[in-house]
Design a protein around this ligand. Sequence first.
Ligand code: AAL
Length: 364
Amino acid sequence: MSAASKRALERNYHKNADWFGVFYKRPLTGDFAYEPGVIRRDASKVLSINGLYYTWYTKTIGPGHGFGTGDPELKVFPWDKSEIWYATSKDGWHWDEQGIAVGRGEKGTYDDRSVFTPEILQHQGKYYLVYQTIKAPYLNRSYNHVGMAIADSPNGPWRKLDKPILSPSDTGEWLGDEDNRFLIKSQGEWDSHKVHDPTLMYFNNKFYLYYKGERKGEKTTMGGREIRWGVAIADKPEGPYVKSPYNPITHSGHELAVWHYNGGIAMISCKDGPEKETIQYAKDGINFEIMAVIDAVPDALGLVEELADDSSPTSALSWGLYHEYVIPPGKSWLQGDNYIARFGFRGKNDSAEFVKKKSNQSGK
Ligand code: AAL
């Protein structure tokens, strides 16, 4: 038997068709239609509250200029100098921007430069926003942390916690004083430089905070950037969050979307790493196995919370939000815009011939 066949059997390549499917993309109307010069990106999950859909996202104005411009006030990345705004929709197609939810902190606070890439958890009548934070000045070696804000209504007001709920491990050591994140004496742990893309889940009567880790002296591996994910667990939503001894729990995924399925946790990853663009499942929320390999996973998926159900592992992906880049000719992505659009997902169960077969069986 060939090495490939041994691998195929070992990894169940002939199974799990019900976890497979195809993404498609559609534009949105209203305030999520593309607006030149405006960046709307990294939408959170979509919550359905009193018949209205809600989502939270990163919003800034104007191009990024990268690091080392000599002007510390110039925007570095599209998500620099960001605020977290929110929008609502009656039908999931036409969106109305409602305003700012969480802004940057006062000068000198841990989030005075940027708050961005939010995720939302609704729990026992309260709303918890988790998001990335940066303190000025924004340098190559700046640490990124995770903040939290709490509200009794999706329309706010939001009360920020006075310090981050999650921070990089700050292990490893930089080499020299040049503002270069690749010059290191030692890399330290997998999340020694930044913690990103927080996703808060209530699971097994505890709060599971999934997050991406970036490392000092980041290397390139067989799957590209060495990007890994971990989980930190708390008994209370405000924390303290304790990083799992099992971390890292993935070795891939620039952004992950996470949902409840069949008493466990499922997730899908987009770019970066040897297991990028896979759907994975962990009954314990920690030990993930690959269930499917998917093409062209859109960027920064915002799933619709209420769609997750146990009738199919991919119901949660039926539709949701993601973001597109608009890069002016001759310019780099740094100087481009982002707008939020809508994805759909056709699983095996949605294919026409399957639906026809199903209806024949049920005689409907
Ligand atoms: C996004 C997310 C995080 C990164 C940047 C903005 O796609 O992974 O938020 O920091 O890119």
